[in-house]
Design a binder for this molecule. Structure first.
Ligand code: SF4
Length: 236
């Protein structure tokens, strides 16, 4: 699997380039909150909700005493306000009770699987959110699996799994070093612009020759340029 991942990463980097990323690693608590906000919405809306939250609460400690309904109204642009405000509120409360402060720096002393296990013990924090904290804030070589990564790696034939979490564990069992960020980010771009859920544009796909997907759509299609803004590379 390692060789296939390296080969696909090389093709994607040649096609899309090396994706830009934050110059400075963001705070892991902020990354976790940003990832909760990003669920089931686009990056622009979740970024706006994240900015609203930072404007309203000058420090994350203020969220400890804020009413959940106030948090919900501040983040409503990202949708699922009730669910997301509950997850944010309960995460900061649990973290504060556990560590006496709002810091996830203790994860730096853990290996990747222990850190994922630890983060997913917090209510409302799933494997995808935990793995985003590891990749984007702790600079670990872990490839998070969202809906786009799940669909594309299973179509390509890197994994054969039926849920994003199962795909995550299969993909990361022996992931090649140093390429998790470009691989993850370029696959999201491929999934948004080319390998779309209903009708993939296989005729213009850079992976056409190495993809195992049986039901390729070879109709001529124009490239669909999407906004390349990625929330998790802009958390600060
Ligand atoms: S060839 Fe088609 S199915 Fe395979 S990755 Fe490209 S767009 Fe997706």
């Amino acid at each position: 699997m390692q060789n296939k991942i390296i080969k696909i990463n090389n093709v994607l980097v040649e096609h899309f380039g090396i994706p830009p990323r934050n110059k400075k690693l963001p705070n892991p608590v902020e990354m976790l909150i940003g990832t909760i906000l990003s669920q089931n919405t686009n990056d622009r809306n979740s970024y706006q909700a994240y900015k609203n939250l930072k404007e309203k609460y000058k420090s994350w400690d203020e969220i400890l005493t804020a009413r959940r309904s106030s948090i919900e109204s501040v983040i409503k642009v990202a949708g699922l306000g009730k669910q997301k405000s509950e997850a944010i509120k309960s995460f900061v409360q649990e973290l504060h009770e556990k560590k006496g402060k709002l810091s996830l720096n203790y994860l730096n002393r853990m290996d990747e699987s222990s850190a994922i296990e630890e983060l997913t013990k917090y209510k409302g924090v799933g494997v995808k959110t935990a793995s985003c904290v590891l990749l984007f804030a702790l600079d670990r070589n872990v490839c998070p699996v969202d809906t786009h990564v799940h669909r594309t790696v299973n179509r390509i034939g890197i994994t054969k799994q039926n849920t994003p979490d199962k795909t995550f564990f299969a993909l990361n069992e022996d992931f090649p070093s140093k390429i998790a960020h470009p691989f993850h980010t370029n696959l999201i771009r491929l999934g948004r612009e080319v390998c779309k859920p209903k009708k993939p544009s296989c005729s213009i796909c850079p992976l056409l020759k190495i993809c195992d997907f049986k039901d390729k759509n070879l109709e001529k299609t124009a490239p669909s340029k999407q906004n390349a803004f990625m929330l998790l590379d802009n958390i600060s």
